[in-house]
Design a protein around this ligand. Structure first.
Ligand code: UDP
Length: 265
């Protein structure tokens, strides 16, 4: 499978399915990391030619995203226009298989972040961590440097997704000369934040990572591996954070809707 560099402004879709009107790329984590190499190389070439770097977005789509996209056309557009839309969560992996268009694997922001950091360390790419409570991005950066020795952290900042803060945050990221940006503002705020600012974000790639900084630093506990393998991570999350029950109603709602409507919105 190869990616075309000639269509940088277009979402790449080597093979994709659509679930409730949202595109999901049939792509492995390894392919996501290979795509990162191409995008950073492209951004470095753009910088060398004095051109503006065109930031590309990765979205990690779970069943909550699919339900939010039914209610919010702007969010659906954001997901469908992303460079890559990966299947985050057992529910989306199940849905893709149920619809006869399976995806290779589940790709969560939390699992991808350390792998992304290792690739950045190996290639010398600079990583910026934005979001989470004050101090958490700094702690996550330290943890990532343990997991990926040599990793260059371009910067960390908590900030907020409030539009009033955007300008100042963009300036920080520009000054840090980052290649890759991970944004932990929760969904859909983080993905909409990235999309709103794509044209002025001077990084090759930006990705929303939800609670990844909290998991990485032990502020939140991840479900045991066995539960993750059984597709029950959501149940563990509900047990740890019962206030999520209302949000999690989206899971059975999405499953029903997928059975009724399938690929279409
Ligand atoms: N967060 C933030 N600012 C906000 C809202 C959320 O920094 O205004 C952070 C929060 O501290 C947490 C992350 O965003 O680290 C959201 O994590 P969650 O697990 O809720 O993500 P989701 O389930 O929405 O993907």
């Amino acid at each position: 499978m190869s990616f075309s560099l000639s269509s940088l402004s277009q979402p790449v879709s080597p093979a994709a399915t659509s679930i409730l009107g949202v595109r999901i790329d049939c792509i492995s984590q390894q392919q996501v990391l290979d795509e990162l190499d191409q995008l950073v190389a492209q951004a470095h070439e753009q910088r060398a030619r004095g051109e503006q770097v065109v930031c590309q977005q990765i979205v990690t789509v779970n069943l909550e995203y699919l339900m939010a996209a039914q209610r919010n056309a702007g969010f659906r557009r954001c997901l469908n226009q992303a460079r890559l839309a990966v299947a985050d969560g057992a529910g989306v992996v199940w849905a893709a298989r149920y619809l006869g268009t399976p995806v290779p694997e589940r790709i969560t922001g939390t699992d991808t972040l350390p792998e992304l950091a290792k690739r950045c360390a190996a290639r010398g790419y600079r990583l910026y961590l934005l979001g989470a409570a004050p101090g958490v991005a700094e702690a996550a950066a330290q943890r990532l440097q343990q997991l990926a020795p040599g990793l260059q952290i371009a910067g960390t900042y908590s900030g907020s997704p409030a539009p009033a803060e955007e300008e100042a945050i963009i300036v920080r990221i520009a000054q840090a000369q980052a290649d890759v940006l991970c944004v932990a503002y929760g969904a859909p705020a983080q993905d909409l934040w990235i999309q709103r600012n794509l044209e002025r974000l001077p990084v090759a790639l930006a990705m929303g990572v939800g609670g990844a900084f909290d998991f990485l630093t032990g502020r939140q506990l991840r479900a045991p591996k066995q539960m993750q393998r059984m597709g029950l991570e959501w149940l563990y999350r509900l047990y740890r954070e019962p206030w999520r029950w209302r949000r999690m109603l989206a899971l059975p709602q999405a499953a029903l809707l997928i059975i009724v409507k399938g690929h279409k919105a």
